[in-house]
Ligand binder design. Sequence first.
Ligand code: PLP
Length: 456
Amino acid sequence: YLMYKEKTSVQWKDLDASYHLHPFTDFHEYETSKGRIIEKSEHIYIFDTDGRKYLDAMSGLWCCSLGYSQPKIGDAVINQFKQLPYYNNFFQCSNAPAVELAERLVNIAPKQFKRVFFTNSGSEANDTNIRLIRRYWDLKKQPNKRFIIARKNAYHGSTIAAASLGGFDAVHKQFETLPYTSHIVEPNWYTEGGDQSADDFGLNAARELEKQIDELGEENVAAFIAEPIQGAGGVIVPPATYWPEVQRILNERDILFVSDEVICGFGRTGSLFGCETYQTEPDLITFAKAVTNGFQPLGGVLVSNKITEVITKDGGEFGHGFTYSGHPIACAAALATLDLIEGQNFVTRVAEDVGPYLQSKWKELEDHPIVGHVRGIGMLGSIELVRDKNTRERLESDQKSGGICREFCIKNNLIMRAVGDSMIISPPFVCSHGDIDLLIERAKKSLDQTAAYYSV
Ligand code: PLP
């Protein structure tokens, strides 16, 4: 049975606007604009209280990679609830799902990884990274190594520490960021590359890391954190030259590297982890979201041998942890999710079937008059909206065109996300080719309507 009382769609919306403060939402605007109340889901579709059915090309918030109809995860949650609904992992205690999940994650991660620290979210995992990085350098007797270099328009979460690592100016304006973070250019050739070829820009963007380390002094730099592909920043697929050059720089400098795989992890780029797609060698991996298919809140950090050896030796107590670190129900959901990913070969499906099919269809959008640039890999994609393909002139001066296009997508029963002047997708791996065709058909229609709105 459901724990809430039936209401009309209008009642839900009024109550929501009256009582509920939503994440990343203009509170004032929401009081009058009202939202959509999502009441059920199936496969890759969500249904609202107005009776509309949307194709969800964002997998929720990048998390429901296996779609919404995965009853085995629900069974795991219910069974674990009956066995042990909660116990903490403080004070020399543990629980079976947390132990098994830690072992399993280490076994499927790149070979340098040896341990796992659990959190409830990607944000908390990145906070944990900052703590681990600090402990590592303190124990190595290099306490001056404090700076963490990140990238502009990166998203690493919403706690103060994670948002400080993130590179959104609009977010930074609303609070004081941690003083030991610094940001270099994001590898977005289309917006930042000017007249350079994509390959040249990729090299130069990577070398910004080298310059920044030198400017701050290698002895003061603790780590570099980056998503293999910047997701919330606009699905920024870097030029092919970027990651090899970053790895070259990391090999030459004594700093740690965090691969934030909250979006790219668990198959989205066609490998289990994005760092495997780009052949980088991180010391820490941040994970969350798809680890439970989004059905339970769970995140964490995979810790490499290099760091494990230092922090597990004479470090004293690690002064950090969460009530729900290694929550048995969340860990059971993750174990069931991994069973599905492995048992149904979802990573191969992304690499060899639905990924290439989505990319070939997505690329067709390049012919559309208001699409200036198409990016994508695996089950990720983005398009940049322009008025003029040659000059890259935008449809509007204030980055509003994505929001306009998004409204048309919603009218056409398609959930695509807008980031400034780009539209992004991250569809579930369970999509059939027919689902992808429908996604593209609705995207094209929405682009046509956006073009007409701007009289292009
Ligand atoms: N890191 C990346 C790359 C993300 O995309 C996100 C969320 O979208 C986070 C961290 C934060 O995760 P959470 O929202 O679970 O705190």
